[in-house]
Design a protein around this ligand. Structure first.
Ligand code: GDP
Ligand code: MG
Length: 595
């Protein structure tokens, strides 16, 4: 295929607007997969089990399709992008491998927050955009209104909007034609030195890391080219396979200018596949013009991860390591907790990412883990002028050393139907507001720490699920924090320490102490629950001892036996108290950490 016969495009949409369904339909119509059976929920581009369960696309996947148009064969490269806010940086990177995008809008709900944000990204990347109304087969579809929204709010021309059903296939053939006629072909130089842009990577087991690239200039011919260099990472790899994805791997041995495909090499760690990096074959590094705009993914949420029991430590570590192989955006460190033993501290892109991790480690490795209260990353400015980053309350410096704290602030865009405007009043006044036909866009500056709490759940319930959200960290602002440490019978429990806003510390401590009281199983001895800030008790609860009535079955005057039994019980109590620990199984932790 010459570049003129290649089209590289993405489908962008708000979650649930039908992106995966459309991708499946396009693959099916071009004969790449056999016709899906009715009611088959399986979607070929969503490969991970969790993705199917949650109906979201986590890792961008790509498929190359060959189709005929006016007697010519065309190579269409479809790049599937993820649909959740936690993964929006992946949308950015995959869009950079495209020249066009299909903007999919659900006719039953019209424009939503991610419709707007993804459209913005696509316009920023200078892509040709084909506006498409989906789900027109549904009775509840409001096609006229969606049509009007696209014209009036997003400035599309009336005659460029397509109406399709990704489910029944209606007009999907027209869409494929439009992809060919409207989207420009990739304008690289076939004669120039080979240069490729890495837009995604997957760990695929024994064969290492599958690097997904777009050939910007030149070509890779495996018969001639064996080694490949990464520009930013500055490493050299030996390739042993090159090809396209359908989405199964189809080795071709060659990738030409403008094409999208993969290479396999001796690259073993996904951390070496820097998304956005430029790869080249020959010549000195200085002669290479790297692709601009690389941004590393940023972890937003940190949690300690612990096996349920110490015996499972190794299995747990193995499982985490194998998940890390497939997900380069999770950060990893070892951690030790007096209460929970050996464990790990992982960083995630957001709460959904953390949830997916928890589910994957369970589904794919059969391991239940204890996940400690998630924390964001704070900047701690010390009196001596130094600044350290703290994402773990237990690593927070002594209060006397701290000058001030700073926390991440998110620019948060919420879109709701007008009738819910009052329902989101608890968020305060937005700094920006825009009224659309029936929706309203509100922008707020909200601390990241609040976004990872009950924010999403609360918003969802107060708007009956109609609100959609986009957020992005835009900077840091000073805040006042206190470290609250819970003590059980006088002993600090490091797994129960938290960095909270100083003015909310008392409220939080009371709430949490009661929760502890409700959840902790009663013991043979009384348990004092204390919340302390810097050694000062700010609240306290007591769980009464559970006194087993060991003498209940005894009657009559055999006092010696009675005394013996009571003695024995006392000893037991003492032993437990000396251990100073109460037995909490992971169930308790799950309940404690559940919001
Ligand atoms: P994604 O989150 O954008 O990938 O959305 P999905 O492709 O997973 O679709 C979300 C839901 O909408 C699924 O239950 C689909 O079966 C359904 N859906 C998608 N397209 C259509 C369509 O054209 N008509 C109807 N009736 N349902 C559709
Ligand atoms: Mg999907």
């Amino acid at each position: 295929f010459t570049p003129e016969k290649i089209r590289n495009f993405s489908i962008i949409a708000h979650i649930d607007h039908g992106k995966s369904t459309l991708a499946d339909r396009i693959l099916e119509m071009t004969g790449n997969i056999k016709k899906l059976e009715k009611n088959d929920q399986h979607q070929v581009l969503d490969t991970l089990a969790v993705e199917r369960e949650r109906g979201i696309t986590v890792l961008a996947q790509t498929a190359s399709i060959i189709t005929k148009y006016q007697n010519d064969d065309y190579l269409l490269n479809l790049i599937d992008t993820p649909g959740h806010v936690d993964f929006s940086y992946q949308v950015n990177r995959s869009l950079r491998a495209c020249q066009g995008a299909v903007l999919l809008v659900d006719a039953t709900s019209s424009i939503q927050a991610q419709t707007l944000s993804n459209l913005q990204k696509a316009r920023d990347a200078n892509l040709k955009i084909i506006p498409v109304i989906n789900k027109v087969d549904l009775d509840s579809a409001n096609i006229e209104k969606t049509y009007e929204d696209l014209v009036l709010q997003l400035d599309f021309d009336e005659d460029e909007i397509l109406k399709i059903s990704a489910k029944t296939g209606l007009n999907c053939d027209k869409l494929i034609e439009r992809i060919i006629t409207d989207i420009e072909y990739p304008k690289g130089d076939p004669e120039a030195a080979a240069r490729a842009f890495l837009f995604n990577a997957d760990y695929i087991g024994d064969r290492g890391v599958k690097c997904m690239i777009q050939m910007i200039d030149g070509e890779i011919d495996l018969a001639r080219d064996r080694s490949i260099h990464s520009f930013h990472k500055s490493k050299k790899y030996d390739m042993f396979e090159v090809g396209v994805v359908t989405p199964e791997l189809a080795p071709t041995g060659i990738l030409k200018t403008g094409q999208v495909g993969y290479f396999l090499s001796n690259m073993k760690s996904i951390k070496d596949a820097h998304i956005g990096d430029t790869f080249y074959l020959t010549g000195s590094r200085d002669s290479i013009n790297p692709f601009p705009g690389y941004e590393p993914p940023q972890c937003m949420v940190y949690s300690g991860i612990y096996p349920e029991s110490a015996e499972e430590y190794e299995a747990c570590e193995k499982a985490i390591q194998s998940l890390l192989l497939t997900d380069g955006s999770i950060s990893f460190q070892y951690e030790n907790s007096a209460a929970l033993g050996g464990g790990f501290r992982l960083g995630f892109l957001g709460m959904l990412h953390l949830d997916i991790f928890r589910q994957r480690i369970k589904d794919e490795h059969g391991i239940e883990v204890i996940i400690t209260h998630p924390s964001v990353n704070y900047k701690c400015h010390l009196r001596n002028g130094e600044m350290i980053e703290v994402d773990n309350p237990n690593e927070s410096p002594d209060a006397a050393m701290i000058d001030y704290w700073e926390e991440a602030i998110c620019d948060t865009t919420i879109m709701v139907p007008r009738e819910y405007l009052e329902a989101i009043g608890y968020l305060g006044l937005p700094y920006y507001q825009e009224f659309l036909e029936e929706q309203i866009i509100c922008k707020y500056k909200i601390p990241l720490a609040e976004m990872i709490g009950t924010f999403f759940d609360q918003l969802k319930s107060s708007t009956s699920g109609y609100a959609s959200v986009e957020y992005k960290v835009i900077g840091y602002e000073p805040c006042e924090l206190s470290k609250v440490v819970f003590h059980l019978n006088g002993e600090p429990v490091d797994a129960l320490s938290f960095l909270v806003y100083t003015n909310k510390a008392r409220e939080f401590s009371l709430y949490y102490a009661r929760k502890l009281k409700d959840i902790l199983p009663p013991q043979q001895f009384a348990v004092a629950i204390q919340a302390k800030i810097g050694g000062k008790v700010i609240c306290r609860e007591t769980i009464r001892a559970l006194r087993k009535d060991v003498t209940a079955k005894l009657y009559g005057g055999d006092n010696t036996r009675r005394t013996k039994l009571l003695d024995k019980q006392k000893k037991g109590k003492k032993l437990m108290r000396q251990l100073g620990k109460i037995n909490v199984n992971s169930d308790v932790f799950f309940k404690l950490l559940k919001r």
